[in-house]
Design a binder for this molecule. Sequence first.
Ligand code: PLP
Length: 387
Amino acid sequence: MIDFNYEISKIKEKGLYRSFRYLESAQDSKTFIDGKKVILLASNNYLGLCNNEILKKSAIEAINKYGVGSGGSRLTTGSYVLHKELEKEIAKFKGTEDAILFNTGYMANIGTIASIVDSDWVIFCDRLNHASIIDGCRLSNAKLVIYKHCDVNDLMNKIKKYNREKSILITESIFSMDGDIAPLDKIVELTKKNNILTMVDEAHSTGIIGNKGKGVVDYFNLSEKIDIQVGTFSKALASEGGFVVGENSLIEYLKQKARSFIYSTALSPQTIAVSLAALRYLNENSYLIENLISKTIWFRDKLKSFGFNIIDGITPIIPIIVGDTVKTVDFSEKLLNEGIYIPAIRPPTVPKGTSRLRISLMESHTKEDLESSLNLIRKIGKKINII
Ligand code: PLP
């Protein structure tokens, strides 16, 4: 038997107890928590679209036309014409033959990996890949070969040692907790040379990098060379729902085989309508990406000049590495008291000894938001002796 209270007390002792903060207004650059206005500096709503009037209107119109709730799984009664339209739009956006929608990015990863890969396979997996990729790998029962984070030499050595007839490499493109970019160009050289299937998770890059936000695959001009691309509407695109894009045959196969696609109720019409509206909005307003990038460069430079240990990069995910778990939580709480919300990220989400504040910027943050945030981060950073 398991003693739940004992297990919880152990989690608390290690400083790893997770709790909730409830937002009382929209997911925006400023929001309310416990009745207090705070600057939200950790959201994946990178383009600030969660409270966008056009996207909100699209949801209301879809509700008026189709009602709420999809009432069934995709292969029974839950497929609306909107689902078909969105799958077409995603494929067009990513420049691939076809696309399949899943309810979440998590489900896209586990469903895709576990339906393609089995115990005859080897999976080459970046050490910092997201939990949904790891869980998909575990479900597949394949031999899992972990290579050092973004380390092409280590990958090459591991390919030499472990490659089999059936192999797949899986990597994120922008890493969710580190904000750095996988060297996809070099990785693809290796996978192509060694006949390894390549799967890239573009969860955090879709909407913020590449031509009109098409992602890192587009940024490196590799669309033709990546076999399986995963993405989600839940970050920059301000909605919900994962997706996979690729050749027709891959998408057909996933529709027949991916259990997380088949055995779950379809996304509701309003969610699909928002995703469609987000893609169209992005297409017409890609200046948002440029704004986000210039704010990011400026903000990163400032943090660095203060002496914080941040992971270098060009993306709006900016982790301040603190290391100690208790200190990281203290940093986060002190910031919240002063009106800035950045939750502490701790193991097992990140490796032991690398607890951090994962800052993420939104296009909708004003210069004043960012300047006052920087001042407070610096003040508290000094107070707790990390700079
Ligand atoms: N893949 C990565 C790299 C992620 O960071 C996330 C985030 O949660 C997911 C997949 C899952 O996406 P979703 O939130 O849509 O389930």
